[in-house]
Design a protein around this ligand. Structure first.
Ligand code: FMN
Length: 494
């Protein structure tokens, strides 16, 4: 499950063109986030080497992002006209305009390597591969994320069998991940998360303009499971972005970002500089042709310290970026996130008219009516301190791994003396006997010690059943390193 890859709901975005390095990905993963390598523009062999390097630097999971090749028909005359228009700019830094060639970014070989080296998470950008490609990678144990920019793409990715959707809002730095180069169906991130969440059940990674823990809290509240930050990590010392690019992000010369095809022939968000101002309006939709044409010029400009002819990819929040080692940035983001009382948790009333979306709840002091009602609705729960009907404790788990333990006999003497622990030990024993490796539980008024114990036993804590617990525990959870992402407040007035 995607959730299992996350210790913190913070992902460092894959950033092709040099910014994503094994050092950056490993530093983020080691700090509790999820690092990403960007395979775009690299050969399969280079990608493999980076995966190996990253594995030497971290034992934790990280992702690898791959560009999906397109087969767009381009307007050759528009490309030729653009070449003529930008030739002088290239000359000004001693470069020439390259050939507008098409390539598939070593697609087939990259897939072969990814199957061979078995990574935890593969994300795709610029399209959604065939279902068979996703299935083959999934059969190696990889989870698949597909980057989407609108609802239609999200539905296609879900239909193809993606495990996770990386939802990219219009605020995002770098290339628009749209499946079609010509698509201009862009959306603000929060709106897009809500729209997709309303229709699809896949976990969501939110990307675009997220710079602070408060921003992460906002996308988690909107329904995302994790936040993916690109620009925020660009100024880290571990980032391979050029010094000119890093400096420009915080330079008063650059006040605006825009979405442009000027550098690559595909829409991308970057700082507005002279090259974009002069050529953006004339750039054709021709990717990767224009990318290859401007490559030498961009490189030469970088070497000469000239930001005006470089692609300074940046999200709308670039002015809020902070120059810090990646591990410190992850910690700081997490501190800021913690400051948001309910951040990272989905809190809502569960009405008795809906079937339970959560895996399990632990009820404190339920009435018999309540228990019977929940049972009738097929809601999963474990009842604690149900004095009235000792011996009718029920533990059910929904989902594909359905499990049911009924009528756990509890010795009355246990009551009030760690009965929850007794129950859980019993449940764990039963689960093991039945071959379950993992249970998901929710919990009510258990002690922190119990929560820690459950988590140690491989349980995921998903719910808390009382209002005041949500407030109190959201902070205590974090302090004790207990991951509780989906808080569910049960309605008592049934
Ligand atoms: C320099 C740069 C390079 C990027 N390269 C990639 C890439 O190779 N693959 C990808 O899926 N997204 C890429 N992105 C987009 C990010 O994945 C992410 O959507 C974006 O950074 C989020 O917006 P933010 O920059 O405002 O945080 C890139 C972004 C930047 C800034």
């Amino acid at each position: 499950m995607f959730k299992d890859l996350l210790r913190y709901p913070i992902i460092q975005a894959p950033m092709a063109g040099g910014a994503s390095t094994p050092k950056l990905a490993a530093a983020v993963s080691n700090a509790g986030g999820l690092g990403f390598l960007a395979a775009g523009y690299k050969t399969a062999a280079e990608m493999k080497e980076e995966i190996n390097q990253t594995r030497r630097l971290t034992e934790y999971p990280f992702g690898v992002n791959v560009f999906v090749p397109g087969n767009e028909v381009i307007d050759e005359s528009a490309v030729a006209a653009y070449r003529a228009k930008i030739e002088n700019a290239a000359k000004s830094v001693g470069a020439t305009i390259g050939n507008g060639v098409v390539d598939d970014d070593d697609w087939v070989n990259k897939l072969t390597v990814l199957k061979e080296v078995k990574v935890d998470l593969v994300s795709f950008t610029f399209g959604c591969p065939e279902s068979s490609v996703l299935r083959e990678l999934q059969s190696t144990g990889a989870l698949i994320a597909v980057t989407v920019t609108n609802l239609e793409e999200a539905k296609k990715a879900a239909g193809a069998g993606a495990d996770v959707l990386c939802v990219q809002g219009i605020e995002a730095g770098g290339h628009r991940a749209s499946f079609e180069n010509r698509s201009e169906d862009d959306h603000g991130l929060l709106e897009l998360i809500r729209m997709i969440k309303n229709e699809l059940e896949l976990p969501i990674i939110a990307a675009g303009g997220l710079m602070h823990g408060k921003d992460i809290a906002a996308v988690l509240a909107a329904g995302a499971m994790a936040a993916q930050l690109g620009t925020a990590f660009l100024r880290c010392p571990e980032s391979g972005a050029s010094p000119v690019h890093k400096a420009a992000l915080n330079d008063s010369r650059f006040v605006q970002t825009t979405v442009t095809r000027a550098f690559s022939g595909r829409r991308a968000r970057g700082l507005v500089n002279e090259f974009i101002t002069e050529n953006g309006h004339a750039a054709p939709a021709a990717y990767p042709h224009v990318h290859h044409m401007t490559k030498q010029m961009r490189k030469a400009a970088g070497e000469k310290g000239n930001p005006e002819l470089m692609a300074l990819w940046a999200g709308q929040g670039h002015k809020l970026s902070r120059e810090k080692p990646a591990s410190e940035l992850v910690e700081l983001l997490m501190e800021e996130l913690k400051g948001e009382r309910f951040a990272g948790m989905e809190i809502r009333e569960l009405s008795m008219n809906e079937s339970a979306p959560m895996h399990l709840l632990l009820l404190a002091d339920p009435s018999r009516d309540m228990v019977e009602d929940y049972l009738a609705k097929g809601i999963c729960f474990i009842a604690e301190r149900a004095k009235q009907f000792l011996g009718v404790y029920v533990l059910l788990q929904k989902g594909t791994d359905t499990m049911e333990i009924k009528n756990i006999a509890v010795d009355e003497n246990h009551h009030g003396k760690g009965i929850g622990r007794h129950l859980m030990e019993h449940a764990i024993g039963q689960a093991r006997e039945q071959g379950y490796k993992k249970l998901e539980i929710g919990t009510g008024n258990s002690s922190i010690g119990q929560l820690a114990l459950y988590q140690k036993c491989g349980f995921r804590i998903v719910g808390v059943d009382r209002d005041f617990f949500t407030k109190h525990y959201s902070e205590v959870f974090y302090e004790n390193g207990i991951q509780c992402r989906d808080m569910i407040r049960l309605s008592r007035s049934i």
